[in-house]
Design a protein around this ligand. Structure first.
Ligand SMILES: [Mg+2]
Length: 356
């Protein structure tokens, strides 16, 4: 997919029933969104808690249990609360009867393994083939924290929809048609944080400069957000990373900090997340009738919880958390690894091919 920025400057407005606040100024599409500010106190509280979050995410690579029997008990309790989507596959397809599936997939940790170098988070040819096949019979969107261009470079499938930067950069067909091509002149961008682009570029440069001396720190510009990866930073320097990010953010009161898997993310303070992106895509693609469409969202990270929550609140479809460890989640089902995600997608394809 070529860069749609080059072919269209059009930015979609929110569907009328999704406008969270009145238009405030100058008619810019972003001005119809609720923009709130994070106070310094709140930001400091976030950073104070950061080391705890950073430490927590480093200590749970495997189920946090101490013995074989404890491990089995914890696993059973987890699966009772959030059953495997593979073991529950018959139940899932029973609820799909007569409905179309709308599939939403996170990328890192869902379609690709988490790796030390985020530039090398490649998906396997087998996974690409599984996604390609499932997209033949259900509309499929990638919803990632990466920039839209970067996640497309990894996935390389033109038949999908892409929502980058945690849903702050979405390309959709103009008239709600359910097809889009590389040359689609009618395709439109939805970029609710467009006005933040210069600020994001500035904070990215500041973070690159400020973290230059920290071995292993990696700052990634994801267009509408900036990720500071600390996976490869010595644990003794994590506080330094947190302090540096906090110091840089002091100069940017309209940006906020969120956390992911060994990553600190700097984002605009607008009220927009992966959950709102899913709602937007369902409406834009005319897939928001729960009598006809069953949405499935698969993701592994904290930011995916917003999407799980939306599906739970709409009481339609399923959130599926990818995790090897028990977690607090709004998802209904779980899968352990990207390999299990692939197995689930292939199961959907087989089921569809065998359906009359
Ligand atoms: Mg992920």
């Amino acid at each position: 997919m070529s860069d749609p920025d080059a072919k269209s400057e059009t930015v979609l407005a929110l569907p009328s029933n999704m406008t969270p606040s009145p238009v405030t100024s100058k008619g810019h599409p972003c001005s119809s969104l609720s923009v709130t500010y994070v106070s310094r106190r709140k930001l400091v509280e976030v950073v104070d808690g950061l080391l705890g979050v950073m430490t927590l995410s480093s200590t749970c690579k495997k189920p946090c249990v101490h013995s074989g029997s404890d491990e089995i008990a914890a696993d059973n309790a987890w699966l009772a609360k959030c059953p495997s989507a593979l073991s529950s596959f018959d139940q899932i397809i029973a609820s799909m009867e007569g409905k179309k599936i709308a599939l939403f997939l996170d990328y890192d940790g869902t379609l690709s393994p988490i790796v030390n170098d985020p530039e090398k988070a490649f998906m396997s040819p087998e996974m690409r083939s599984a996604v390609k096949n499932v997209a033949k019979f259900c509309p499929t969107a990638i919803v990632s924290g990466r920039s839209r261009d970067k996640v497309f470079e990894f996935v390389k499938l033109k038949e999908l929809y892409y929502a980058g930067s945690h849903g702050m950069d979405i390309l959709v067909p103009y008239s709600g048609s359910q097809s889009i091509t590389n040359d689609d002149k009618e395709a439109k961008l939805f970029q609710p944080a467009r006005e933040f682009l210069p600020m994001i570029s500035e904070v990215n440069n500041s973070l690159v400069e400020a973290t230059r001396s920290i071995k292993g720190a990696n700052v990634e510009n994801n267009k509408f957000c900036v990720s500071v990866h600390y996976r490869n930073v010595d644990k003794k320097d994590w506080k330094l990373v947190a302090d540096i990010v906090d110091n840089v953010l002091n100069a940017f009161p309209r940006l906020k900090l969120t956390t992911g898997r060994k990553v600190l993310e700097v984002r605009p303070v607008i009220d927009w997340d992966k959950g709102k992106a899913v709602e937007f895509l369902l409406r834009s693609l005319r897939l928001d009738d729960p009598e006809i469409v069953l949405p499935i969202y698969i993701g592994d990270d904290r930011t995916d919880e917003d999407a799980f929550k939306v599906l739970r609140q709409r009481n339609c479809g399923y959130g599926i958390l990818v995790s090897q460890v028990p977690k607090e989640t709004e998802a209904i089902y779980s899968l352990r690894t990207p390999s299990e995600v692939m197995e689930f997608l292939n199961s959907l394809v087989r089921w569809k091919e065998q359906s009359p």
